[in-house]
Design a protein around this ligand. Structure first.
Ligand code: SAM
Length: 272
């Protein structure tokens, strides 16, 4: 059993830092609980471990707090499609995952959507980062409902405002994929570069999510270069892991390989 007084001290210290102040309390609590156990109850060490843990799963992707207000103003002020896309691209470049995808955004979504067997009405984007801003590059109908979630309240509030500004029907939520209940049903669910990040927090949970999401189509992707741009055999590792996981499931899968990203479009409801 973790000492609640010590845990409260760790939470206070971590959430007092501007970097992690808006990460969901339950996420910080989960990581701090593990850190306190690993540090043998030493509060200072547990604070360091918790910050390191939050850096690995969140801070490393969003290295500084984006200027949400200013970015939102630029998006709202955009007077034509090009100005809007420029403002959205600038916002997406603040998150490592979307920054890597920016040069191939149109091609990426054209390919992914070409492999869906029907146009989706509801799209869920889990552990979404800034990816909901890419909706402008997705070949979708005007009445699509976009469900976006991540663990940071400021990020999620920003996404909510941007989707409202663009007139995209949506629901946003602060959702921890490790501790919270499984996400709502959707026609297509994106789990982009998310399985390894969730696996690092609870082994088995990332892969379990691919099974658990209530979607006939799940788009799962893996990075093939680290944040430092080294490839380190990541294609081999993740493709082998995916093939092993898919082997005893009645899924149809299509593999798409992009510059930094390996994508699988999984159709779960096919009769094989
Ligand atoms: C590798 S990034 C991928 C972002 C986005 N899916 C993309 O590909 O552009 C991982 C994202 O997962 C989020 N995240 C980390 N742990 C999470 C958790 N337990 N539950 C939900 N989201 C989480 C992070 O905040 C980060 O935005």
């Amino acid at each position: 059993m973790v000492d609640e007084d010590k845990l409260a001290k760790v939470l206070l210290a971590v959430r007092g830092s501007s970097r992690y102040a808006s990460v969901a309390e339950r996420t910080v609590r989960r990581i701090a609980t593990t850190a306190l156990t690993a540090s043998g109850g030493e509060v200072g060490d547990a604070v360091k471990r918790t910050k390191r843990g939050l850096h690995e799963v969140f801070g490393a992707y969003l290295p500084s707090v984006p200027r949400y207000e200013r970015t939102l103003e630029a998006i709202r002020a955009a007077r034509d499609e090009q100005a809007l896309r420029d403002a959205l691209a600038r916002a997406m470049s603040s998150h490592a995952s979307t920054r890597e995808r920016l040069p191939i955004l149109s091609e990426f979504y054209a390919e992914v959507f070409a492999h869906l067997d029907r146009p989706p009405r509801v799209i869920a984007d889990l552990a979404c980062g800034m990816n909901p801003l890419a909706v402008r590059w997705m070949p979708i109908d005007d009445d699509v409902v976009y469900l976006a979630s991540d663990i940071d309240t400021r990020l999620v509030a920003f996404l909510d405002s941007v989707l409202t500004a663009m007139g995209v029907a949506h629901e946003t939520a602060v959702r921890d994929l490790v501790g919270d209940e499984d996400p709502a049903p959707a026609d297509v669910t994106f789990l982009l570069k998310t399985v390894p990040c969730v696996e690092s927090q609870r082994r088995g949970r990332g892969w379990e999510l691919v099974d658990a999401v209530a979607s006939p189509i799940v788009v799962v992707s893996f990075p093939t270069k680290s944040l430092g741009q080294r490839s380190k055999g990541m294609y081999q590792t993740y493709s082998a892991a995916f093939i092993a996981h898919a082997a005893d499931r009645a899924w149809q899968t299509v593999e798409l390989e992009f510059d930094n990203e390996l994508v699988y479009v999984i159709t779960k409801d096919q009769i094989v």
